[in-house]
Design a protein around this ligand. Structure first.
Ligand SMILES: [Zn+2]
Length: 184
């Protein structure tokens, strides 16, 4: 069976999409979700299409647990913090350019109003363009990598706690002769 491993994203693209919609409130948190990774699974599926966990070993849930949303929210927050920081750096770059051009207009071009107008245009247009480029391009990819690396670390911690809770819930129940390997 395909065991979930480090190469797999913690949240499948499908799960990412529906968690986003659930947080926005556009869809309810109801369905059938893999007991291991929470990706939606079909009624007749015996294994998860994303992580490959056997649904007999990881019984499907009818809702995504709040802890998973907490992980998801933190991941998104980190991502947008980095994107916004880069976007502000882009605005700052526009401001620096404006100051340089305004200095040139005042001290080198005899207070040229045209140059001042050009500097203002550069600030308004350039600031947006730089913010878009730095935020949407560099910030986006760095933010994505950073947030997903952190998520993988937090997921590992989350899994340890979940495994411990599962183990204590099973205590008392007769241990299976040959315990199936937990998907990892
Ligand atoms: Zn799964």
């Amino acid at each position: 069976m395909n065991a979930p491993g480090p190469a797999l994203p913690v949240f499948s693209p499908r799960l990412d999409e529906i968690m986003d919609a659930m947080i926005k409130g556009s869809i309810p948190n109801i369905g059938r979700f893999c007991g291991y990774c929470y990706t939606p699974v079909g009624k007749r599926d015996e294994a998860c299409g994303h992580c490959g966990a056997s649904l007999a070993e990881w019984p499907p849930l009818d809702r995504i647990p709040q802890d998973a949303f907490a992980l998801y929210r933190r991941m998104r927050k980190r991502e947008s913090l980095i994107v916004n920081s880069f976007a502000f750096a882009g605005l700052g770059l526009g401001l620096v350019l404006f100051i340089v051009l305004a200095w040139v207009a005042v001290y080198r071009m005899d207070q040229s109003l045209w140059m001042l107008a050009a500097a203002t245009a550069v600030f308004i247009v350039g600031g947006r363009v730089f913010a878009g480029l730095l935020g949407g391009w560099i910030g986006d990819s760095i933010g994505y990598d950073y947030a997903h690396r952190k998520l993988a670390v937090e997921w590992a911690e989350f899994e340890r706690e979940r495994d411990a809770a599962r183990a204590s819930a099973r205590k008392g129940a007769p241990a299976p002769e040959n315990a199936a390997a937990e998907p990892r």
